[in-house]
Design a protein around this ligand. Structure first.
Ligand code: F6R
Length: 361
């Protein structure tokens, strides 16, 4: 049942305020400015002993993991990174007893992720799951974890589950941070930010018509560049993947800082750039990248907290806390992919050559 929407993708994008609300419900502990994650199975002493976090997933879930790794480093100060599960399992990885492994998956059935979990378990590692489908294979094989509570996702491409995965990582980062050195004040600041998310998501969704018009302006592109820096880079990667999957327009994502090391050669009017420009401590650096692109006659669509003078168009998103901003910035870019695909008449819920869960090698 699409509930009045023309596609599941549109329905699922539109449901995100409720989905995030569900991920937060019953988990916030105001007394200690932290969160309770009932299924984690990791006591405070064990959490303090974690020296690294390694996040494994595929596709969109891998991108959610990249944002999650950044959040864990920032809030808990534990060195963290994400890697495609499909690569990890084939490179005979060193399994370290002080590393906490986190397997991320919407379906909980993705074979590459499941195989990575089984390999880790075989070698004695502690593995958590960050999973949407309750009781799925990955949820069962892991030592504990966090359900992301996005609700059923029917469209082949992931939208609301991505958002809820990132919110779930914020909860994990806050939890680990408050066991370690994150202050009460910062814990409170993040909790207040989390509580603002559903309202801000609705505010973004109210701007859909504007994104639809912009999508029509860029739908003639043969290829698009997506750029962002640090917190913005995995968001750029996810937005680029989403556009490719549903519109079949080629797209690449680059860290804005890498432009001058090669991809600047591609910039010309036929290659528009979507630039993520949050109002954080990298704002001036990001603005400089816009100037470099403009100097090569590139068209720019910025997603930012304020109108960008150097951009041809800006989608303005509401500001939250810097650590949580990636959650909100991703949402208009889902709408951009959706409306581009719609303008091009694509089969949005079932893009060619793709399946909802990849349970084979
Ligand atoms: C992207 C997409 C895929 C999945 C990937 C992992 O929109 O749908 O990239 O994210 O196949 O699937 P799960 O999360 O079920 O493990």
């Amino acid at each position: 049942d699409m509930g009045g929407h023309d596609t599941y993708m549109h329905k699922e994008i539109s449901e995100q305020a409720d989905a995030v609300d569900r991920a937060l419900r019953g988990r916030i502990d105001d007394r200690f400015s932290t969160v309770h994650l009932g299924g984690l199975n990791l006591d405070a002493r064990e959490a303090r002993g974690v020296r690294r976090v390694k996040i494994l997933g595929c596709g969109t879930s891998y991108h959610a993991g990249q944002i999650g790794a950044q959040m864990i480093e920032e809030l808990a100060r534990i060195p963290s990174d994400a890697e495609p599960a499909s690569e990890f399992r084939y490179r005979d990885p060193v399994v370290d007893p002080d590393t906490l492994y986190v397997a991320v998956s919407q379906s909980g059935e993705t074979y590459d992720v499941l195989a990575a979990v089984q390999e880790l378990k075989r070698k004695g590692a502690r593995v958590l799951g960050l999973v949407n489908v309750v009781g799925s294979a990955i949820a069962r094989e892991t030592d504990g974890g966090i359900y992301v509570h996005a609700g059923p996702e029917v469209c082949v491409v992931s939208t609301k589950c991505f958002t809820n995965m990132v919110v779930s990582f914020a909860l994990l980062a806050l939890h680990l941070g408050r066991i370690r050195d994150l202050s009460v004040a910062d814990g409170k600041r993040i909790i207040e930010g989390l509580r603002r998310l559903p309202g801000q998501i609705d505010e973004i969704l109210k701007g859909e018509e504007e994104v639809r018009k912009l999508a029509a302006k860029y739908a003639d592109a043969k290829s698009m560049m997506f750029i962002g820096r640090v917190r913005g880079y995995p968001v750029a990667r996810e937005a680029s993947l989403k556009l490719k999957e549903v519109s079949y327009i080629h797209a690449e994502a680059y860290p804005a800082s890498e432009l001058k090391h090669g991809p600047l050669a591609l910039i010309e009017p036929a290659m528009p750039t979507v630039a993520i420009v949050p109002d954080d401590d990298l704002l001036e650096k990001n603005r400089a990248a816009l100037e470099e692109i403009k100097a090569r006659n590139g068209r720019i669509l910025a997603v930012a907290h304020q109108e960008q003078e150097k951009a041809d168009h800006t989608i303005v998103v509401p500001k939250n806390e810097p650590e949580l901003d990636p959650i909100l910035i991703g949402i208009p870019l889902q709408l951009l992919a959706y409306h581009t695909a719609l303008a091009l008449g694509r089969d949005i819920d079932k893009p060619r050559n793709l399946a909802k869960s990849v349970t084979v090698e």
